[in-house]
Write a protein that binds this ligand. Structure first.
Ligand code: FES
Length: 102
């Protein structure tokens, strides 16, 4: 298990191994758009991982392809619907809202 911290709200949630970031964020009570239902098609669940990247699954080709199409992507970018928590270390993410350019 890992502790997931969600910025800017500062909410924390204990996340089980294997849970998607999207599901953990929603379970914490924060809002995160996921227009395509979690299929790496819309990019609306774009977030930044501020710490704990090694505690997350690696980027898949589908995720990478979608990230390439999003404005404002950086080295900390992930799609929350495609990223699972490994449970090996705590993770802090930043929700972007309208700043994501979508
Ligand atoms: S919900 Fe559409 S890409 Fe993640």
């Amino acid at each position: 298990m890992s502790t997931l911290t969600i910025m800017p709200s500062g909410k924390t949630v204990v996340a089980q191994e294997g849970i998607r970031l999207l599901d953990a964020i929603l379970a914490a009570g924060d809002d995160l758009m996921h227009k395509c239902g979690g299929n790496a098609q819309c990019g609306s669940c774009h977030i930044f991982v501020q710490s704990g990247r090694k505690g997350l699954t690696k980027i898949t080709p589908d995720e990478n392809a979608k990230l390439d199409t999003i404005v404002g992507v950086g080295s900390k970018s992930r799609l929350a619907c495609q990223t699972k928590i490994l449970g090996t270390e705590d993770v802090t993410v930043e929700l972007l809202g309208f700043a994501s350019g979508l």
